[in-house]
Design a protein around this ligand. Structure first.
Ligand code: AMP
Ligand code: ZN
Length: 112
């Protein structure tokens, strides 16, 4: 997707603070954190939202919680705890139409 900010980050056209990458996902630090620790698991495939996930994406998403756990361990908040949030659509406040899961830990800084 030419206009998609997360596709541009994946291509390296826009800089990001990337903490993890595998064949299906990158994980970056959110540019405007809502929690003390705020990261985004982003699919390398452009999927606009949960509404656009198909059964064919099952294998892609099978490892998303392992990715979250790995990042939580690397960032040292696996033991203290964290939230995983996916916003879908306007009423949920989804701003970027490319699938991402928020990883949130530590104290909240703003509403998400
Ligand atoms: P959502 O509202 O669920 O679509 O979340 C989009 C998130 O992407 C927000 O928390 C933004 O702060 C974050 N975001 C937008 N642009 C960037 C960027 N260039 N680098 C990192 N995070 C971003
Ligand atoms: Zn995209």
């Amino acid at each position: 997707m030419n206009d998609c900010i997360f596709c541009k980050i994946i291509k390296g056209d826009i800089p990001s603070d990337k903490v993890y990458e595998d064949g299906n996902f990158i994980v970056i630090r959110d540019i405007s954190p809502a929690y003390k620790k705020h990261l985004l698991i982003i699919t390398k495939k452009h999927i606009a939202s949960v509404n656009d996930v198909t059964e064919n994406d099952g294998e892609l998403f099978s490892s998303i919680f392992s990715v979250a756990k790995t990042v939580a361990e690397n960032e040292n908040f696996a033991g203290t705890g964290y939230r995983l949030t996916v916003n879908c659509g306007k009423d949920a406040g989804q701003l970027v139409p490319h699938f991402h899961m928020h990883i949130l830990a530590g104290e909240p800084l703003r509403n998400l």
